[in-house]
Design a protein around this ligand. Structure first.
Ligand code: 5GP
Ligand code: ZN
Length: 113
């Protein structure tokens, strides 16, 4: 498996872990664009949101619940945050293992379209 996020999950590549359970891993982005820049990924490999089917919806709600928990633990639930999922080329997806960026710790600029 050449997927770098699968390699992070199986320990072949190290990461700065924020949270882990049997279904998801959260770790700090290697190239942060905000004071908090955390990536949340399912341990099961899905290329993008396009591969999440109705039967997989449990992982989506679980990811939301873990983001909620991390935000409260880190303290940025008070000031707010942004969740980003990039899909395919036009969305700016570089790593082809679905991931949610959580950005926090400063007033974020309005995104461009
Ligand atoms: P994308 O553009 O695919 O939505 O975002 C991929 C993100 O993964 C980027 O923000 C990039 O900095 C991060 N990233 C890429 N490779 C690694 C890595 O090996 N370790 C960590 N922690 N982050 C990575
Ligand atoms: Zn993967």
């Amino acid at each position: 498996m050449s997927c770098i996020f699968c390699k992070i999950i199986n320990g072949e590549i190290p990461c700065d872990k924020v949270y882990e359970d049997d279904k998801v891993l959260a770790f700090n982005d290697i190239n942060p664009v905000a004071p908090y820049h955390i990536l949340i990924i399912p341990k099961k490999h899905y290329e993008s949101v396009l591969d999440i089917e109705d039967k997989d919806m449990e992982i989506v709600s679980h990811i939301h619940s873990i983001i909620n928990k991390i935000a409260k633990e880190k303290g940025f639930s008070e000031t707010g945050f942004r969740i980003i999922n990039n899909c395919k080329e036009d969305g700016g997806q570089e790593v082809k293992h679905i991931h949610y960026h959580v950005l926090a710790g400063k007033k974020l600029p309005m995104y461009e379209a």
